[in-house]
Design a protein around this ligand. Sequence first.
Ligand SMILES: [Zn+2]
Length: 332
Amino acid sequence: MPWEIWGHDWAVRLLQQHIRNGEVRHAYLFSGPPGVGRRTLALAFARALNCPQPVQPGEPCDECRTCRQIARMEHADLSVIQPAEGASSLKVEQVRELQRSLSLSPYEAPYRLALLLNFEQATPSAQNALLKTLEEAPPKVILLLTAPTPEDVLPTILSRCEVLRLRPMALDALADHLQRSAGVPIEQARLFAHLSGGRPGMALRLLHDEQALTERQRRIDLFFTALSGDRLTRFQISEGLAEGNDREKIRAVLQTWSSLWRDVLLICGASAGALTNLDQRERLESIAARLDLRRAYACLNAVEQAQAGLDANLNTRLLLDVLMLDLPYLNA
Ligand SMILES: [Zn+2]
């Protein structure tokens, strides 16, 4: 069986080569934006390393108990480390506990594997503890780390890792995969490819999460209502959004609005091929027709200011009101 990884062919080939040539390293860092396929690739590599009946070296059967347990992250020789639920960071105690379990030899598989997810959330002391693990790692131990960028990891750790920088797929290639492998109608496949920015994991999440799409639609509707509405309508919108002071909800709204303004900018600049919100093209074109590049840019800027205000813990109602005043009035 091939690895069934979407995109990242070069990375699959490299990892398979390491197995076939007996050149497996002690540590690998899978870097890239969330949803690009870091964990999926790391788990495929884990199966390739530990499958007891590979089709050929580097190609796991994907059917045996080991392969299935690794895919579910439930295998005895695979430790999965990430920030505890509700916690914002990966703590040094978690790395110490991992160290103890790695010092034992594998239960049944050739290698003892540790998958450290979102390692950018490791505290400095946790990172230092891991460095020690790396320096003293027993021969059959392999560490698999994920992080957005290599710079999120201490240089001393990085220098001991094989770094695989995963990038988003070409939008057409992802749409093609969604259509052929997941049976998604082409129109929808294109939309998901664009919305996910070429990240297959993100596209699949959208595909299986109807609620996420409904919420997105609600955020889009608010955008157009605000633009065509008068001051009163706008202040009602910002009042509604600020209610309950749910900063994550507001963050999601601003994120969608900023992607819509980016699209307007692309249309103003006549490069509509790379639109994120493909399904909104017509409505966005009618906005672009009434603004020039400079004003569209000012709107994007206003949303980004609001995002910065949110990050700086400013009063949510205030920053939304200011944003509303900055937007042009485009009533039909
Ligand atoms: Zn297997």
